[in-house]
Design a protein around this ligand. Structure first.
Ligand code: NAD
Length: 255
């Protein structure tokens, strides 16, 4: 448990917060004093997830929102400001819809949904959050990419394309929003041992991959949340337009 309160009173939107890394980010930002707007498309999963945050003493509220829909995103962002009585200061674009498979199995529906949730939606959340951030004199945006964008594994073409797009979008937004004092950065997690990511591999493959990690283990959601909290905070006041790799050293030896 962290003792610092680097985000005291700051309204933080976290997309895809019902489970996994998104929930861990919401928890960490909340422990740092952030007021958490937890977004997810799954109402069934979001309610207990937010109840758990509140049970930890975190000021968290649930916003059911499909980030693919520009109008729904605009409405939810406006509701966040109304609910907390203050504009959004931190936006974490974490939601993902990820499917893996060989090139031959890729179809239009799969590609469209992958890009809509993981890439296009970032434009809608940015469009909606930036006017609020401008009104408060600045903010911090953190976009979740993946080592798959830079060092892809097999059967991940759509996912890698989407996560590569996140890096380009982050840099472009950083250029455009610097004069508004809105910092934009991305975090690049390596393999994190969430149920969803583990489900991609059979048990022996998973064990072999974990044994091959330079630090001897997969990442934990808390590892990623700590990096996001740093970028969200004023400790990163001069960090802008960059990519923070959080992969336990997995990619450092890859040429
Ligand atoms: N788990 C890993 O190993 C790993 C590695 C690298 C990067 N990442 C990235 O970290 C982030 C979180 O990953 P995770 O493993 O926790 O994912 P996850 O699949 O466990 O959770 C994703 C969340 O996004 C929500 N979501 C899906 N579609 C949505 C929509 N249309 N609107 C709103 N919410 C929607 C889901 O309901 C879910 O709660 C993702 O961006 C992912 O690509 C994860």
């Amino acid at each position: 448990m962290t003792e610092t309160k680097r985000l005291q009173g700051t309204v933080c939107v976290v997309t895809g917060a019902a489970r996994g890394i998104g929930w861990a980010i919401a928890e960490r930002l909340g422990r740092e004093g952030g007021r958490i707007a937890a977004w997810d498309v799954s109402e069934r999963r979001l309610k207990p997830a937010v109840d758990e945050l509140c049970g930890l003493g975190i000021d968290a509220r649930a916003f059911v929102c499909d980030v693919r829909r520009r109008d729904a995103v605009a409405a939810a962002m406006a509701q966040v400001e109304l609910a907390f009585g203050a504009p959004v200061g931190v936006l974490v674009n974490n939601a993902v819809w990820a499917r893996f498979g060989p090139l031959a199995d890729i179809d239009e529906e799969m590609v469209d949904r992958t890009l809509a949730v993981g890439l296009k939606a970032l434009m809608w959340t940015l469009q909606a959050a930036v006017p609020q951030m401008r009104r408060r004199g600045g903010g911090s945006v953190i976009n979740l990419s993946s080592t798959s964008a830079l060092h892809p594994v097999s059967d991940a073409i759509a996912y890698a394309a989407m996560k590569g797009g996140v890096l380009g979008l982050t840099r472009a937004a950083a250029v455009e929003l610097a004069s508004d004092r809105i910092r934009v950065n991305s975090v690049i997690p390596g393999m994190v041992g969430t149920p969803a990511s583990k489900a991609q591999f059979d048990a022996p493959t998973l064990a072999a991959r974990e044994a091959a990690m330079p630090l001897g283990r997969f990442g934990r959601p808390e590892d990623i949340a700590a990096a996001v909290a740093y970028l969200a905070s004023d400790d990163a006041a001069y960090v802008h337009g960059t990519e923070l790799m959080v992969d336990g050293g997995w990619t450092v030896g890859i040429q």
